[in-house]
Design a protein around this ligand. Structure first.
Ligand SMILES: [Zn+2]
Length: 486
C-alpha cells in the first residue's frame, strides 16, 4: 500500500513507451491525436493566462485528479456552518465568536440570530475564515489556526454535510478523488492514554494501551466513516434524479493525529490510527496536525518521528503523510527550521509531506531534496494556505525547488473553507505566480493520483479514468487543420 510501491506505470517506462509510439507514428506519417490535442490545450492555456475569467474556466474544467490534503472541517465555508449550527440550535458568543452546544448561557446568543443580523453574520464569517483578514496585531498564522476552535461547535455532528460540500465542490471542478482528514474518536483515545500514562519504552507502552482497551473505539471510528459516506450519498441524491457532481468523487479518509499533545496522547492516537487503517479500508492514511510550531508539537517533534518509526515496524502497510516544514524564520528559532522535513522523510519514513515550506532553511537543502527524490516521497503543496499562514508566496515559495529537482509534486487546498479558495484557484496561482504551463499542471494532477493512498487496483482504475478525462478535455482544443486548396 506504500505510495512508492504501487505506482502503476513508472515514468521512465512511460517515457520510453511514449517515445516508441511517437516514433512509429511519425514513421507512418502522422502525429498522434492525443499528443496534438495536448499541445492544443497547452497553447490555449498560454493564450488565456492573462485573461482571469477565461483562465479560471479552463482550469475548472481541466481534470485535476485529486485533493490529497484537505482537512474536512477546514474545507467547509463558514456560511454553511452558520446555517447548520442555526438549524441545530447551536449558540455563539457575539464577542469571541466561539460556537457551542445549547442551551445558550451568559452572553451567548442563538446562532440562528446571525441569519437575520447582517453584522453578526459578517463578523462570524470573518472570525471563522480568512475573509477580509489583514495582518496587524493578529498574524495570519494566529487568525487561521484560531478559526478551528471557533467553528468547531457549530460543525460538530455535521460531518456528512461537510463531506457532501467538499466532494460536491471537488466534483464541479473535475476532481476524481479526495482524502479528507478527520480526527477519529479522540475522546476515547485521550481517556485511555491518560489512564495508562507515558512509558518511554514504546513496546511496553503499546501493550499497555492495547490492554487498556484502546481498540474498543475501532467500531465507532469505522461507523464515523460509513455514516459520513452514507450521509453524503443521501445529501447529494446519488441514487436519485437530482444526482450531484460530488457523487462521482471517490473518498478515502486520512486519520488526523493531534500533535500538540502530551507524548502518551500522541502515541495513543498514532497507535489507534495504524490499527484503524488495518481494520477498515475506508481509512487509507494518517497525518499529524495542529500548528507545527505550537509548544508541545515543537518540543516533541523528534520524539513523534521516533514513535512513527517504531509503529511502522508493527504496521508496515500503514500509510503516513506528515505536515513537515510548515514553518518560516521568526515563527520558531532557526534551530527548529533545520530538521523537520528531513526527520519526517528519513526517520518517520513518511510517504508524503504536507507543505515542506521551510526547505531552504533546512540543513543541507540539496541533500534533503536528493533524499526526497530517491525515496519517491510526494509533496502536497498548499499555495493559498502558505501565503496566508506563512506569508510565503511567489518566487520565495519552494515549489520551484521541488519541481526543478524532480520531486513528485501535487497541489492541494489544505483548508479551502478557511482560506476562501478552491483547488482550481491553486492551479491558477501555479500559472500566475510560478509561470507553469499545461504539461506541468497535468503532471501535478497525475502525480496526485499516483501519490494517493488508495490500494493499487483502485488507483489504477482512477488513473485509467483520468486518462480518458484528459483525452476528452484536450479534444476540445484540437488544433485546427486548414483544408488543402483545390
Ligand atoms: Zn494541513
Amino acid at each position: 500500500m506504500g505510495a512508492e510501491t504501487v505506482r502503476p506505470l513508472p515514468s521512465r517506462l512511460a517515457g520510453c513507451f511514449a517515445a516508441m509510439v511517437v516514433g512509429l507514428v511519425l514513421i507512418a506519417g502522422f502525429a498522434p491525436a492525443a499528443s496534438a490535442n495536448e499541445k492544443g490545450a497547452a497553447q490555449q492555456l498560454q493564450r488565456l493566462k492573462d485573461e482571469p475569467s477565461k483562465l479560471r474556466n479552463f482550469l475548472r474544467q481541466m481534470p485535476k485528479g485529486t485533493d490529497l490534503h484537505t482537512h474536512l472541517s477546514g474545507s467547509v465555508y463558514a456560511e454553511s456552518m452558520i446555517k447548520w449550527g442555526a438549524a441545530d440550535g447551536k449558540c455563539v458568543d457575539p464577542v469571541t465568536y466561539v460556537s457551542s452546544f445549547p442551551p445558550c448561557t451568559g452572553d451567548q446568543v442563538p446562532l440562528a440570530n446571525a441569519l437575520l443580523d447582517t453584522t453578526l453574520f459578517d463578523n462570524i464569517v470573518e472570525a471563522w475564515s480568512m475573509r477580509g483578514f489583514l495582518p496587524g496585531e493578529e498574524s495570519g498564522h494566529d487568525h487561521f489556526f484560531a478559526t478551528f476552535d471557533l467553528f468547531g461547535g457549530a460543525f460538530s455532528g455535521r460531518t456528512p454535510y461537510g463531506l457532501a460540500e467538499e466532494t460536491n465542490r471537488a466534483g464541479r471542478q473535475n476532481v476524481q478523488y479526495t482524502e479528507p482528514l478527520i480526527t477519529p474518536q479522540f475522546g476515547h483515545t485521550l481517556q485511555i492514554a491518560n489512564q495508562v500514562g507515558y512509558n518511554p519504552d514504546f513496546g511496553e507502552l503499546r501493550e499497555s494501551l492495547l490492554n487498556a482497551g484502546l481498540l474498543e473505539a475501532i467500531p465507532a471510528a469505522s461507523a464515523q466513516a460509513t455514516t459520513a459516506l452514507t450521509g453524503q450519498q443521501q445529501i447529494l441524491d446519488c441514487d436519485g434524479e437530482n444526482r450531484q457532481p460530488g457523487c462521482d468523487v471517490e473518498v478515502g479518509f486520512d486519520v488526523q493525529v493531534l500533535r500538540n499533545q502530551q507524548p502518551v496522547v500522541a502515541f495513543a492516537q498514532l497507535l489507534f490510527g495504524f490499527e484503524l487503517m488495518k481494520a477498515d479500508p475506508n481509512w487509507v492514511g494518517m497525518n499529524m496536525v495542529q500548528p507545527e510550531d505550537a509548544s508541545l508539537s515543537i518540543t516533541y517533534y523528534r520524539l513523534h518521528m521516533q514513535m512513527i518509526k517504531f509503529l511502522k515496524g508493527f504496521y508496515p502497510e500503514g500509510n503516513v503523510t506528515l505536515h513537515a516544514g510548515e514553518l518560516v524564520p521568526g515563527l520558531t528559532p532557526p534551530e527548529d527550521l533545520r530538521f523537520h522535513i528531513r526527520q519526517a522523510v528519513n526517520v518517520a519514513g513518511a510517504q508524503r509531506i504536507g507543505h515542506g515550506a521551510d526547505l531552504k532553511w533546512e540543513k543541507n537543502p540539496q541533500g534533503l531534496l536528493d533524499d526526497i527524490v530517491e525515496k519517491k516521497v510526494c509533496l502536497e503543496i498548499n499555495l493559498s494556505s502558505n501565503a496566508q499562514i506563512l506569508e510565503l508566496k511567489g518566487k520565495a515559495h519552494p515549489i520551484r525547488d521541488y519541481v526543478k529537482n524532480g520531486v513528485r509534486v501535487t497541489l492541494s487546498t489544505d483548508d479551502e473553507g478557511v482560506s476562501r479558495t478552491d483547488l482550481t484557484n491553486q492551479y491558477g496561482i501555479a500559472v500566475r505566480q510560478h509561470g507553469y504551463g499545461y504539461r506541468r499542471l497535468k503532471e501535478f494532477a497525475q502525480e496526485g493520483l499516483r501519490c494517493s493512498f488508495l490500494p493499487s487496483s483502485e488507483k489504477q482504475k482512477l488513473l485509467n479514468r483520468q486518462n480518458k478525462l484528459f483525452s476528452q478535455f484536450e479534444a476540445k482544443f484540437k488544433p485546427k487543420v486548414r483544408k488543402p486548396r483545390k
